[in-house]
Structures are given as C-alpha cells and as structure tokens.
Design a protein around this ligand. Sequence first.
Ligand code: ATP
Length: 419
Amino acid sequence: MLVGIDDTDSPRGMCTSYLGAVLVRRLERSGIRVLETRLIRLNPNVVYKTRGNAAVCIAAEGEPETAFAAACGCVEDLADLAAPETNPGVAVCTEPPPPAFYYRALRDFCEISEAIDLLDAIGALYRGYKNRRGLIGATAAAASVLPDATYELLAYRRRECLGTPRQVDRTSVFLADELTYPHTWDSVDRANDVVVCVPHTPDPVLFGIRGESPEWVRRAREYIRSEEPLCEQVFRTNQGTDAHLMQGGIGGLLEGRSYAVRGTVAGRPETGPGGHVSVVIAGASGTARCMAYEPTKGFRDVVRALLPGDEVVAVGSYKGGSINLEKICVGRLATVPAVRPPLCVACGRRMTSAGRGKGYKCRICRMRAREPEYVYPERSLRPGWYEVPPSARRHLAKPLVRGDPPWCRTGGGGISFLS
Ligand code: ATP
C-alpha cells in the first residue's frame, strides 16, 4: 500500500517530511513493514505552498486500516491544524493512483475534487482536514513515479531545541562535502562560502544531505558534527531531477509552469534595481524575458555576457511574464562583428567616416577606403550549460554535476531538443 500525506505545516513550524519520519516509526511499531519513504516535490509555483511544496509517500506492507489510523493519528498529533493555511490530507491506496495525476501536480495545477474522484475510483481510504487541499499532494505523492531519483537524509531536531539557533559545525559540513562530492551535492555553496543544507526556517529540520544513493548521503552525514538529532530519515525523492520541466515554445508559455525554452538573444542584457539581470530572447512566435535574480549571484555574470544573436535554451518557471532562470544552455555564439573605421594603409592612422554611404577617409594623407574594419568581440562565454549556485537552487532543479540535461543536444549545428 501507499500512504500519502501533505499540508501539515505552516510558516510558524512543522514539516510534512518530519511527520512522515514519525509515521514511519509508528507504522513499524504497529507491525507494518515500511518498504520505501518518498519525499515528493510538486509544482514549485503553487501559491498555497508553505516552503518547498513537498508531500510524502510511504510504501508499506500491512493492514491498510492500521496504516490509515496511524497516519491520521500523526496528523492530529503533529500538524499545525490551528494555522489557517494548513489543510492536511491523508490517503492510503492499495493500488497507485494514475501517474498522470502526479505529473499534473508536478507541472500544472490540480483541483481538490480531482484528487477525491481518483481516490474514490481506486477505493482508497482517505481523509481531508479543513478545506481538504492536502489531498492533492497526498494523492500526487501516492501516484508518483521516479524514472530518475535522488536521495536526501534529513536529520530532525529534538523538541527542546526548537526555536533556538541550530548547532551544526560549519567546518564539518564543508568537510562532508569535500569528501563526498560529487556523490552528494548542495550541502555547501563554495563560491559564496555558505552552508546550504542547514535551514533557517522555524521547522524541525536540523540539516539535509542530498546525494545519489542512501549510502552516499549516510557517508556524508557521518562527518557532520551537530546538536544531537531526534531522528534521521533517508527519503527517495524527485529532487534534483528536473522532473518539473516541459519543453516550451515562446508565445505558448503558461503562467506557473516550468519550461526549457529555445530562443535567440534579442537585446543586450540589462541590470535593473536590486541587481536583478534581465535578457529578452526571441523565438518564431514572439519574445520572452528571462530573469536572473540577485540571489543567483555569479550566475548573473553569465547572463550579462550574452550578446544579441546568441542561441540559448532558457530553463525555469514562467511567472509574471518572465522565465526565472534555473539554468541556461548557451549554444551557437553570435558572430556579429562590431564595425569601426579602418586604419589608413598609407600612414597607419585610424580613418574617419567620409559621410553616410561614402566610406572612410584619412584626415592626414587623404587616402580613401570603402570597407570598414570588422571587430569580433572576445567572448568570455563558451557554449555549454550554466546554472545558479547551490544557495539559489530550487529543490527540483537538476544540478549540472548530475550531468547535462539529456533532452538537449548542443554542437556545431546549434541546439536541438530530443523528444
Ligand atoms: P513543506 O515543504 O514543509 O511540506 P509545503 O511547501 O509542502 O510545505 P504545503 O503546506 O504542503 O506546503 O502546501 C501545499 C498545498 O498545495 C497542499 O495543500 C497541496 O495539496 C497543494 N498542492 C500541491 N501541488 C499542487 C498543484 N499542482 N495544484 C494545486 N494544489 C497543489
């Protein structure tokens, strides 16, 4: 059976993954065998989310009624039910809901009634609290399929520590990263000299280590010195897989969805107030603005180095009419030269314009020339993929250390999408 849970936290505390970790232990105590614990990220653009739009699914063997009672018990004991924005959902399914629902919740927007219809159709045990919105995430988590998966080890804080600053030794986190990267990633952001895996939000997470296997995240964890955690849980997850992306065409982008979009840089990048950088790209049916916000730090220099005519793939969520860049592929670089008057072949001085359409003349020796000098600017950019730093990474975004996106080919012939 699959036990889906969502929407148990609020901005002032709790975390659905923590509730999942507690439920794993309660299920095991009641004789249920837990096979897998999944942390599933859904559409990052959903307005109802508290932080990272996460839901949990526990695959287990045993009595569905027992699991359902345990899951509801956890929600009633731990969820922040008093918070207006907390609307938990619990679903126990003996057959998985259709994966199409997972993909819609991941890439699009769903209605509560759709989740309920699906749960009814498969005879699931379910309960939605308050406005029942959590049933969307609970159903999507139970429906999840992970053709690509990563792992996260989450350590949770003891009750008496909640509300106090987290005690995690910074040097030990950098060491854990040094000794396990690239098998683990995003524990630290070396370029910006910050620890990324320790949150600053008022929830029970002490730290989270992301990596390619349960063994690697556990190995990294062994190096970390911190306050004594309450418990730890390794989740299989869709984080770091780009599962939220769809291939999109400029002119057809829908608000709140995430895309990979091919285009040609249509103007000079601009740095606006707050240090946010924008650049317009053009396709067959219009233009789209791409944004690299201030928190993306050095990534903005990549965007600033683009020139009109560069061929790119812009990757990110389409929000407020802009693509908020998570990464960008630079394909063929523009070879549009700058034009300036040539040097005089007689005296070696720079000539001046002889007037519109009249070529150039030397003011010293009166020589004339028709053709200008073409200057090809030295480009700092090389074709390839560039990404935001770990401190600005979205949960679902695939770090380049896991490999370039397999659906995109770059080369002498430019960029092409593989279906
Ligand atoms: P945490 O990461 O700590 O679990 P959160 O950021 O996941 O918090 P939730 O409290 O779970 O936020 O709120 C997200 C709400 O949005 C849930 O009720 C979930 O069912 C709902 N939801 C998730 N994805 C979609 C979607 N694609 N369309 C509509 N509603 C969604």
